[in-house]
Write a protein that binds this ligand. Sequence first.
Ligand SMILES: NC(=O)c1ccc[n+]([C@@H]2O[C@H](COP(=O)([O-])OP(=O)(O)OC[C@H]3O[C@@H](n4cnc5c(N)ncnc54)[C@H](O)[C@@H]3O)[C@@H](O)[C@H]2O)c1
Length: 351
Amino acid sequence: MKKINFILVGLGNYSCQRLDILEKNKKYNLVGLVDTDKKKIKKFPKEYKKMFFQSISQANKKVSADACFIYVSAYNHAKLVCESLENNLHTFCVKPIALNHKEFKKILKIKNQRKNLILVQGQNNQWNDASIEMNKILNDKKIFGSFKLGYCITWGRQVLQNQNAQIDAKTDGSFFHSMAIHQLGQLVASLGLPHTVFCKSPRGGDKTIGYKNINRTGSGTVIFDYGEGRYFTYLGNRSGHGNPRGFAARWSGDWMFNGTRGDLKRSGGRITVFSDGSIKKDSYLQDIDDFQILDDERQYNLFFSSIVNKLKYLEKQSLETWLLMEACNISSKKSKVVNLKELKKALGFNL
Ligand SMILES: NC(=O)c1ccc[n+]([C@@H]2O[C@H](COP(=O)([O-])OP(=O)(O)OC[C@H]3O[C@@H](n4cnc5c(N)ncnc54)[C@H](O)[C@@H]3O)[C@@H](O)[C@H]2O)c1
C-alpha cells in the first residue's frame, strides 16, 4: 500500500514525540519539516536538514506531500490549517484547530471548497482501551439500550506557570478548547451532538498555579439536552488541588450513563455495567497514558484509513467536538441556551 508522505509543522518537544510515533508507523513517510525558528533543525541528524523549510507553502513547492501534521502554539493553528488546506494537503492539527468561531468559519470556507481533503482536529482520550469499551457498550442496544441520562465529572490540577502553557491562562475560553475537549470528544464519539447547550463557567482558577483572572480558563459546568427528555451534565475543573490517578488520567473522567436496559459507570480505566439490580460486567482497562502514545498511534491509523478509504467519520466527529466546545463558550459568554443546528448553519458547517 502507498505510504502517506507528510510534512510536520512545529519542532517542539511534544511535536518531536509525535514524529517518533509517525516514523515508527509504516503507513507514513516524512518528506518535510517546518518551523519558523531555523535553530530548531540543529537538534536533528544531518540527513533531516535537507527537508527543513520555514513554511508549509515553501515545503510543498519542493517536496511531494499528501498530508500535513501541525503541532505549534494554538495561536497559529487556524492560519496554518488554512495554509495547509490551500496547498491541497490532508490536514491533521492538534486541538484546538481554532480559538474562536471567526477562525473556525475561515477554515470551513476553505474546507467546503475542498471536500476531497480530510481535516482532523487531533484529540486525545478516545482511543485508549477504556474509552473504546465505554463507546462500545453505550452503542450496544442489548446491553445498554438507549441513552436516557448521564454525567461526567473531571477534576485535576494543571500548573500553567511555564511558558508553553501561557495561552491556557491568557485566552478566554481555553478551558473548553484545551481541557474539556478530552471528555467532550468522548461524548460526541459515543452519543453524537446534543440539541442544545447551557453552560456556566467561573472566572479564572487557582492563582498559585498560574491561573489569571480570565473567564473560562479553569473550570465549567454544562447541561447538554439530547431531546426527548434526555440530559447529560458535565462538570470539569483543571484548577483543583490534586491529580487523582495521575496527571493524564485526570482527563479520562468519572462517568455515569443510565440507559433503557442497563447503566454504565466509569472511573478512569474501570468500567462497570449494571442491569436488573446487579453487576453484569466489571473491567479494569488501559486508561490514557502520560504521553498519549497509544492514543495518537491509533488516531494516526484512523487518519490514514480516512484518507485512503475516503471515510468522513473521523473528520466529522473531531470538528463536531470543536463545535461543542465553542457552543459551551458562547453559552457561558452570552448566558443563553445555544442550539447546535443553528450554530452549524451560522458557521457554514457543511461536511
Ligand atoms: N493533546 C495534548 O494533550 C497536548 C499535549 C502537549 C502539547 N499539545 C499541543 O501541541 C502543540 C505543540 O506543543 P510543543 O510542546 O511541541 O510546542 P513548543 O512550543 O515546544 O514548539 C512549537 C514549535 O512551533 C514553532 N512555530 C511556532 N509558530 C510557527 C509557525 N507559524 N510555523 C511554523 N512553526 C511555528 C516554534 O518555533 C516551536 O519550535 C501545542 O499546541 C500544544 O498545546 C497538546
